[in-house]
Design a protein around this ligand. Sequence first.
Ligand code: BGC
Length: 785
Amino acid sequence: MAFKKEHTVATYPMKHYLENNPWRIVENGFHREYNEVTESLMSLGNGRMGQRGNFEEKFTGKTLQGNYVAGVYYPDKTRVGWWKNGYPEYFAKVLNAANWIGIDIDIEYESLDLNHCEVRDFHRELNMEEGYLERSFVAVLKSGKELRVDAKRFCSIVDDEAGAIRYAITPLNFDAKITITPYLDGAIRNRDANYDETFWDEVRKETAYGEAYIEMRTRKTGFHVATGMCVSIEQDGQRVDYQSQPIKYEKYVANRISLDCHQGQETAIFKYAVNLSSLNYDPDTIIQDAHKYIQRITRKGFDKMLFEQKQAWADKWKTNDIVIDGDIDAQQGIRFNIFQLNQTYTGEDERLNIGPKGFTGEKYGGSTYWDTEAYCLPFYLATADQKVAKNLLVYRYKQLGKAIENGQKLGFTNGAALYPMVTMNGEECHNEWEITFEEIHRNGAIAYAIYDYVRYTGDEQYLAEYGLEVLLAISRFWCQRINWSKDKQQYVMLGVTGPNEYENNVNNNWYTNYIAAWTLRYTLEAIGKIKALDADRYVELVDRLQIRPEELTLAEQITEKIYLPYDEDKAVFLQQEGFLDKDLMPVTDIPDGQRPINQNWSWDRILRSCFIKQADVLQGLYFFEDEFDTDTLRRNFDFYEPMTVHESSLSPCVHSIQASKLGMKEKAYEMYLRTARLDLDDYNNDTEDGCHITSMAGTWLAVVKGFGGMRIENNQLVLNPYCPEQWRALSFKIRFRGAMVQVTATQQDVTVANASAMPITLLVHGQSVTVAGNSQQTVAAVAVA
Ligand code: BGC
């Protein structure tokens, strides 16, 4: 078995037990100690449901069971030491739903449980190219019986509320009656439950020959989820008419099947399952709907479903793939990120969003963070149909009412909106005062995403239809949150937490002040645009939203007189007022063994230190790069990067993009590696909780905006690609306004292939290039700045 090579950039011990392979994540030999990490990595999903890489058969070893149904959550009662007015009552948890994969195997008096037998030839593999998970092994039971298992399963992206499993057993040295118990288990708990409560009540359950259904309802939120299964069995490739005994316990339903199995004979169990939720089905008929769904997919059959799955994934890869020639580690890393992003969000449903862990774990509640707007949106803009990115924006538009309520709760008036830091349905559910009340820059990211979408798509109509309402409400918030300082004779913003959460309650965080003033500027611009584009809509909006001239004047004044802390000597923006009073030192001065500091230092020590969790000033220079020259970026990068510990997975990608822009290729590559294989190598020692889904979009950004230098300027695609020295070639695809281009950078040149029928004119290294439909052009590579 091939092991991955050491990277030099990790500060924590990495795990090296998975094989490098360009299209697959491969575990050879069972690594029990890392099982929860592997379960996270081998998660499957289809935008509507997601399943960790758990075993089908019983397993009493280390495991985090996880099946998640999109949009179904539980408002777990808040747990805080000291209640503060304005705190939300609950923290929404993504729910661990009924186990649909379970198949218990009992051989006479012994159960198959990899925790209690010898395991040989274990192989577990996530096939990212075709979208399935497979596993095979030989279990040697205490009695000496040897059983071979070959399992394959997927969450269908074609029938996106369904999953299918083929689980084959072959006795290798015995004949026996084997009891096979496919089941649905609703007695599932969240490991992260605040008060160890169960979140589900049973509504009803049913069994029929080879079929079973269980309907569960969430406590408090009243979501219904009907999980159904249908089982068929083949021996030696022939369908078997088996006898099955229905089993029903509380929250559990199963069919117990006993079969004579002979040495060398393969018995294949096909389990088809669905998870339907009351987000899409009427609770009165949800069980019948599950029944119909099950009938439909069972008729289709496993092979056809898998065939369709492979086709559908092939289509996704056609527009999504990134090819890295010359480095399998890097290739595997980027595909893993793209695969997981596509498994998490498909953009079909504007009520859904992207949790930081997607469907791969419980942590972070599966809720929506600013990560979506700041990191994920550009990925979906460039790789999927326009409606996918639009739905991400419409999600926030639909939650505007709740954001205004949230603002009111905190004392803001006049329709001022404060979007939540963490949310499921638009209500805030984060409850640390320094984040809930102070990490308000998230409002700015939501405004910025509107700008980013319009810039990319050219869909200015969006501003009139939805965008302006959101911009105005956010601007109203900023106008009230900012105050006039008589002392400074400028507008200031007090008591905030910037993106760098290793500082709290600071005054005049440069990034927050900048994005607030920028939002005001953009809102004024949007109003002007709508007036010019659609006079009737303008009048209607001014009237309905009660836009008053004096508030526009105030907004303008703030943009002109916002305080943006700056140090003349160093010629850098200050992360916040007083930043230079800190004992400034580079991260390399942190003694060995003390990183990550958030696991080794007291919070007090972290807060007083100069160390930066993630891009903060640099986040602003990334968003608003057009407003600053390269020297400014360089000075700020050189000042802040050495103090950044990158203890948020969202951090390295921004630094990688900026390092690329500055021509710091080694740094760009180092930062890229840190993001691309974050989960595969378990850099932060926390992949067992789930994968860092939102930062995966950052990895894509590091390639496409970083190495690819992709930007949109004046409605035109701009590329400044280079191929990192460690690779032979880099190739990525982007969709832009109806065109589909593939950009390939080698050490020598850059080729732009236009896969669409229409011609496209773009800037490559500053040179205007027109590529006719279905043709390509090559230009020489340019040394990066
Ligand atoms: C980061 C936040 C981020 C959150 C969820 C935190 O560690 O500091 O910026 O929104 O994780 O990804």
